[in-house]
Design a binder for this molecule. Structure first.
Ligand code: GDP
Length: 297
């Protein structure tokens, strides 16, 4: 949920929603994401090997795009929350219709609430013998998540990741929710984003998945993240396809940093390398000072 109040309204353009799928372990988050991905028309176009980069984009039949964040454990979600921000616009809360609400369901619910993002409930495993969607609705209503059918304002959708039941409805609801949110960003300005995942790759060096929050990153841009810097050597999507640019809400893999950033850190493009060096030096000085302070205590 990006603050675009600095941008003049005429520069703002619609951007795709960023969706996080949360829920109790084994309730079917991964299965739903996989199933949605298989239904993705964009995947077929690329035809490449998809790799896990922690976020990916799905193109719907109508041409709308939805970005899913599938970073395990939602650490980034939690870390960002502490700073009053969130990288997601909508949360899909997955509840297995046979098990019903479990401790991590409530935990996920609380995260989404604290971040102030709207929730769509996916009642999964509807193909199972013991599936009881009514129970899920009742249980969540006890946590003040009231289905629209009962006069509340939360969309509940029965789905099965196994049979594919209701997945179209889920996507439709996401599209609907997106319309309501009127998500906008300014693709004209310099890129600004959030690190979703990062690691040190033996062959390729520091690798980070970036989700663009505002503006556009261009190949060749100099970027700063934490006290790391580098030039955007390549912008690569989850299908290993290279792009020259990445605009608002687009996830991409970033190569070319001089050290590994942390998930949840903000990344932005700067004017030139000198500016990058100045920012990094300042940040490193701050870190040292804070380190010295901590030792004194
Ligand atoms: P996660 O931990 O939330 O990511 O859950 P997974 O996607 O790994 O699913 C946990 C287990 O539930 C796996 O054995 C899945 O095959 C199974 N599962 C997921 N979705 C469905 C479903 O719609 N129907 C049935 N019967 N099983 C499911």
């Amino acid at each position: 949920v990006e603050d675009v109040s600095e941008d003049s309204p005429e520069d703002l353009e619609p951007r795709p929603p960023v969706v996080v799928v949360m829920g109790h372990v084994d309730h079917g988050k991964t299965s739903i994401l996989d199933a949605l991905r298989k239904a993705n028309v964009a995947d077929g176009e690329a035809g490449g090997i998809t790799q896990h980069i922690g976020a990916y984009m799905v193109k719907l039949e109508g041409g709308e795009r939805v970005v899913f964040v599938d970073t395990p454990g939602h650490e980034a979600f939690t870390g960002l929350r502490a700073r009053g921000a969130s990288m997601t616009d909508v949360a899909v809360l997955v509840v297995a219709a046979d098990d019903g609400v479990m401790p991590q369901t409530v935990e996920a619910l609380n995260h989404a609430r604290a971040a102030g993002v709207p929730i769509i409930v996916a009642m999964n495993k509807m193909d199972k013998e013991g599936a009881d969607p009514e129970k899920v609705m009742r249980q969540l209503a006890e946590h003040e998540v009231i289905p629209e059918e009962w006069g509340g304002n939360t969309m509940f959708v029965p789905v099965s990741a196994h049979t594919g039941l209701g997945l179209d409805d889920l996507l439709e609801m996401l599209a609907l929710q997106t319309e309501i949110l009127e998500l906008k960003a300014n693709p004209q300005r310099r890129g600004k984003g959030i690190v979703v995942e990062s690691r040190l790759d033996r062959g390729r060096g520091p690798v980070a998945t970036v989700l663009v929050q505002n503006g556009t990153f261009n190949q060749g841009d100099t970027v700063v993240v934490g006290s790391a810097t580098g030039r955007l050597r390549a912008i690569v999507d989850e299908n290993s396809v290279q792009h020259r640019t990445a605009g608002p809400s687009i996830p991409f893999e970033l190569l070319g940093l001089d050290s590994v950033p942390e998930a949840g850190q903000e990344i932005f493009a700067v004017e030139n390398e000198k500016q990058a060096r100045d920012i990094v030096r300042y940040r490193k000085d701050m870190e040292r000072e804070q380190g010295a302070e901590a030792k004194k205590r």
